[in-house]
Design a protein around this ligand. Sequence first.
Ligand SMILES: Nc1ncnc2c1ncn2[C@@H]1O[C@H](COP(=O)(O)OP(=O)(O)OP(=O)(O)O)[C@@H](O)[C@H]1O
Length: 355
Amino acid sequence: MSLVLLSALSTLNYRNLAPGTLEFPEGVTGIYGENGAGKTNLLEAAYLALTGQTDVSRLEQLVQLGEKEAYVRADLQQGGSLSIQEVGLGRGRRQMKVDGIRSRTGDLPRGSAVWIRPEDSELVFGSPSGRRTYLDSLLSRLSARYGQQLSRYERTVSQRNAALRAGENWAMHVWDEALVKLGTDIMLFRRRALSRLDELAREANTALGSRKSLVLTLSESTAPETYAADLAGRRAEELARGSTVTGPHRDDLLLTLGDFPASDFASRGEGRTVALALRRAELELLAEKFGEKPVLLVDDFTAELDPNRRQYLLDLAASVPQAIVTGTEHAPGAALTLRASAGRFTQIEPQEVQA
Ligand SMILES: Nc1ncnc2c1ncn2[C@@H]1O[C@H](COP(=O)(O)OP(=O)(O)OP(=O)(O)O)[C@@H](O)[C@H]1O
């Protein structure tokens, strides 16, 4: 894949953003403005247009209050040619087009964006499902096959759960066979990817000035060698509960800082550093896979009270071909500075930024 640059972003009826198009240069675009101005909304729209993905479960939340549909469009410069990605949003529905042709998320460039935001601390302090989502979303971008196997696995788990609830003990061997095959693929892929992810996250954690070492490990609910036996051994429990309790959908990505699990023992600041290290590792893995660094979206670098992490974020933004960095203050050294106010973005001349 060649370098992907976001040359323009257009939105219509997207949250509080005024309709219009913003053009972005190479290098860093800094966006500053007061709380509630629409800075996060803009990055969210950019991430959606670049990747087709959002972590908002109710899509209507993205549509401006009082409107029925919203639209975002990314004009991408890729290896000298222009490509246009459009996402239309309605009640519970998302439609995507690439260069005018109906498409699915899998058709979009998979390594095109990484989004770093203050809420990333939840990766450390939140539930295992958030960490699984981080891992699965990253691995699905690294390998389309992983994404396909994961959707098949998730479908199989929900069908098997329905059979368990219906007490269909006689059908279980069929479901188990399918589950073990798909689940084993997922476990093996996760194991392979984790060693490099662990190395990259460790390096980033050290570069962030952390004195404690970071180690990433998988906590697996079963192993490929024992999967079938583990399922059989918990059959009675699963029938009683009506749900599948063994398999990679129950795994966790353990983050050990120093000698202890970061989720239970890290301070808020240490947790934030670990979360940043995970995002940095994501960026590096995507760059290794696709040969180019993704567009980096940094939400609220000013939320970092620690000067070390602030500087790290600014340096990271300056090191990639294109970054958009928001904050309540302007980002120093930006190629373009925009001021956000009530969902509108106006360009600020360099001399005004200095002032
Ligand atoms: N669907 C929607 N329709 C209209 N407005 C919305 C919608 N969803 C969110 N908003 C509003 O968008 C505003 C801007 O939110 P956003 O999170 O982008 O601000 P921000 O500039 O990032 O602020 P902060 O600096 O506090 O993070 C909020 O006031 C919010 O109420």
